[in-house]
Write a protein of this length. Structure first.
Length: 245
């Protein structure tokens, strides 16, 4: 009796498994049919668009290069933004205001040394043209044309590139004076050099003071010695003079 019950249990288990397997087979048949239909549609779609796919393959290299350049641009974008930010901080008028005093000092020293003032030449003489009508002779003997402020043409062009509209740089105003009638006259700095030579020579009092400090006893003139011998006081006179010094 017990064996019959066990056999019935095994039979029911096997029957349920067979029904389950049958359902699985039906499901697989349905999936296979659907997959077959989908594959056929995809194959048909692929064959229909095969020319477009072949054309896209020719542009793959260009697309890859674009992607690489885009990645590089993203890497340097932060640095570019930083540079733009720093560039916006530089205000040209403020920078010129800082650099202008040293530049004017250089021009003033050049004026004192080379004498770029007040000698205007007619147009065409020594190549004078426009505002550059003054001839400046450098220490090495070269000649160049400058304007009223002593600036060369290249220096003026540099300033014009900085302020093309003339917003913060005022142009030099030409003074009212006659053009020099004798261009052969030499620059005035050479004349001032010779006229100021006396200022550099030591004064007579300074020379006398150095001689006094250099000699412990001042020499006695022959006339004084002769007068002392007449009075019989030659030796005392020398002693007194030495003591007085």
């Amino acid at each position: 009796m017990r064996i019959d019950v066990d056999l019935c249990g095994y039979y029911l288990i096997m029957w349920r498994r067979a029904a389950h397997l049958q359902n699985v087979v039906v499901t697989l048949q349905i999936l296979t049919s659907r997959l077959s239909d989908t594959s056929a549609l995809m194959r048909q779609y692929y064959e229909a668009h095969l020319p477009e796919i072949a054309e896209l393959d020719t542009h793959i290299k260009a697309i890859a290069e674009i992607d690489v350049e885009n990645a590089n641009a993203l890497k340097i974008s932060q640095a570019t933004k930083t540079l733009w930010y720093e560039a916006e901080q530089f205000r040209i008028p403020d920078l010129w205001h800082i650099a202008s005093p040293p530049r004017q000092k250089v021009l003033a020293m050049r004026e004192k040394l080379l004498g770029t003032g007040g000698r205007r030449f007619p147009q065409g003489v020594h190549g004078a043209h426009g505002r550059f009508n003054r001839l400046q002779k450098t220490l090495d003997g070269r000649e160049r044309l400058v304007d009223l402020e002593g600036k060369t043409e290249s220096e003026v062009e540099e300033e014009q590139r900085i302020d093309e509209e003339g917003a913060f740089m005022s142009p030099a105003k030409e003074d009212i004076e006659d053009v020099v009638e004798h261009p052969s006259i030499k620059p005035m700095w050479l004349l001032r050099f010779f006229t100021s030579w006396a200022k550099w020579r030591p004064s007579t009092s300074a020379v006398a003071a150095r001689q006094t400090l250099a000699s412990p006893v001042s020499p006695i003139s022959p006339a004084e010695t002769r007068e002392a011998e007449i009075d019989g006081l030659s030796a005392p006179v020398k002693i007194e003079k030495a003591a007085s010094l």
